[in-house]
Design a protein around this ligand. Sequence first.
Ligand code: NAI
Length: 416
Amino acid sequence: MIKHSIRDMSLEDSGTKKIKWAYNNMPVLREIEKEFIKEKPFNGIKIAVSVHVEAKTACLVQLLRKGGANVALTGCNPLSTQDDVAAALVADGVSVFCWYNATKSEYRNHLIQTIDFEPDIVIDDGGDLAELFHTTHKNKLTNIIGGCEETTTGVHRLKILENENKLLYPVIAVNDARCKHLFDNRYGTGQSTLAAIMSTTNLLIAGKTVVVAGYGMCGKGIAMRAKALGARVVITEIDPIKAAEALMEGIEVMTMNQAASCGDFFITVTGCRDVITSEHYAKMKDGAILSNAGHFDVEVNIPELEKLSVKKEEKRDNIMGYQMPDGRWINILAEGRLVNLAAGDGHPVEIMDMSFALQALSARYILENGKNLKPGVYDIPKELDDRVGLLLLMSKSIEIDTLTSEQKFYINHWEI
Ligand code: NAI
């Protein structure tokens, strides 16, 4: 009998349907699956996964199992678990520890139950498993060979550990692969964030002012999609070059203080904290809608909003309204957590096909090379990154040119 801790086993059928739909739209994973089934690279290996528990993640888990791995799965955000997907995975024999809307302590317990498994490999999204391994649960590191990290914030946290000489195992920064951040962060976050905001609010984007805080990979995608929907887009940044880049794209650049009074929608996606605070709430329009797409729920300072407000009212599912003393309402979507996952279905399937192909190949790379790597944060090998790009093109029957030997010589020599 496998161990698990989920909300409701009776949701299995709905989860199974979602997983099948995702699987049928993930040609890159299906290609890698053929190789994993034949070679069983993970035979006898335990993998702990902490990633948003939804259908695409289930396909990654199944791929690793087809490769021979024993997998334990938990979420990486208390509001992003889909309970039906968790039930379908348990029915299929996976140890799953998570449920939607977990309290802080339930969420932590789920992480702990996952590492009690004493994994050989860790797949993290945001670095919460890594945090336990480096603090209270070092004793669970007995088997560890290495890990893979999915997102910008997680890579950032691991690099801080590395710089302080405290990192205890090698980790592949999957986020930094070209096939990850150029697609997942940009097109994935762009489409899914706008889709979640639109379906949660049922409001029009065209003609509105959308303020995007952070013009990194995710912010560019969100700004691009908001603009395409007819919004006036405003960017706030701290990096002068990113701000200049936004300007060249025809996007207005302001401080948050200036933008606060003109935004209809605000979307934070910086990986930083306190991007929207009391001084901004004071200037916002009645009915302003705030959401966050950055990894942690600290970008919009909700405790400060709670303090300022005189009344709090649920306006719709996933929309909490806060009334200011002067009567204005400020609305927060999905408690300020990743809006595209907490109030939506996450990235489009094809995007996660690429991101999770990189995860699967990176896990195999760590298995085969981790023992020879010192603790550190490593880039994914270029061949694996290129392979995922090629598999995607192949799945669409698209061919590209290759260099001739004369061209290779030309680009590798300084004389013309
Ligand atoms: P990035 O590093 O490419 O971009 C972040 C941008 O925010 C940078 O340009 C930086 O200068 C700017 N910034 C930092 N502090 C700021 C502040 N106080 N005010 C204004 N701008 C500020 O990072 P990326 O890849 O765009 O990721 C951003 C966040 O989104 C991270 O937390 C990441 O983990 C998360 N993420 C979320 C996804 C989702 O599905 N919602 C998907 C991928 C990443």
